[in-house]
Design a protein around this ligand. Sequence first.
Ligand code: B1M
Length: 209
Amino acid sequence: MDILETIANDVVEGEMDEITDHVQEALDSGLEAKTVLDDGMLKGMNTVGELFKEGEMFVPEVLMSAKTMDEGMQLIKPLLKEGDVTKAGVIVMATVKGDLHDIGKKLVCMMLEGAGFEVYDLGVDVTPEAISEAVKEKKPDIVGMSAMLTTTMLSMQDTCAMLRQDAVTKDVKIMIGGAPANPDVATEMGANYSADASAAVDLAVSLIG
Ligand code: B1M
């Protein structure tokens, strides 16, 4: 197995203690940081997405893979040159007002980052006003909202309404997800629905076209 395959494998297997040495070895051998990122770590993360989609990997393993990728990125980030990373798009993500659940949303953020999106995670219990402000400031391609309580679907609805009423934010694409969400409520809100982290990546890619 060559060093890039080894690094991809580290991400898939969640080998947090190994990846730093392997990334360093790849860089010492003269490989560009971008090559290590694209043909090593991101290749591994794509495999993670596929395995998760096929039900062959589960949430705790995906979280380990994401953390492993994060470890490797610590060495790579300072070496990446302007233009090295092709951004897939910019996404502002939040768990809506009244809702403190963030495990699923974090997983969605990690998978989106793994797929090359620049993600601004606003955290949990985020008001419609704060989401609207972030959209004005970051000018994202997509706003992602997560809710796990039936009651907080109302916050999601309020946020969509607020975004659609403001001339500056009315055209932003909206993605929603979480246990009480479904395609019908998404359509009612003028948003798009995806069921899990892997589907969220596919949806984000298709929304950006
Ligand atoms: Co809460 N909780 N909880 N809880 N909790 C649920 C959601 C619940 C279903 C449990 C139950 O009663 N069976 C229930 C909701 C019932 C309902 O409204 N229909 C519930 C309740 C009632 C509550 C409290 C009200 C309990 C109380 O205090 N009386 C309270 C509410 C607090 C609040 O938010 N204001 C509460 C609190 C908590 C904890 C803080 C203890 C903790 C959250 C910790 C945290 O997130 N940091 C917690 C947890 C852990 C759960 C359960 C057990 C697990 C949720 C989870 O993390 N799942 C949950 C029961 C359950 O689901 N089995 C439950 C794993 C995660 C990977 O999956 O979040 O579904 P999930 O995310 C998936 C998809 O939904 C999707 O992709 C993710 C990855 O595949 N997805 C998106 C999510 N967001 C997306 C966004 C997208 C696209 C896809 O695009 C933008």
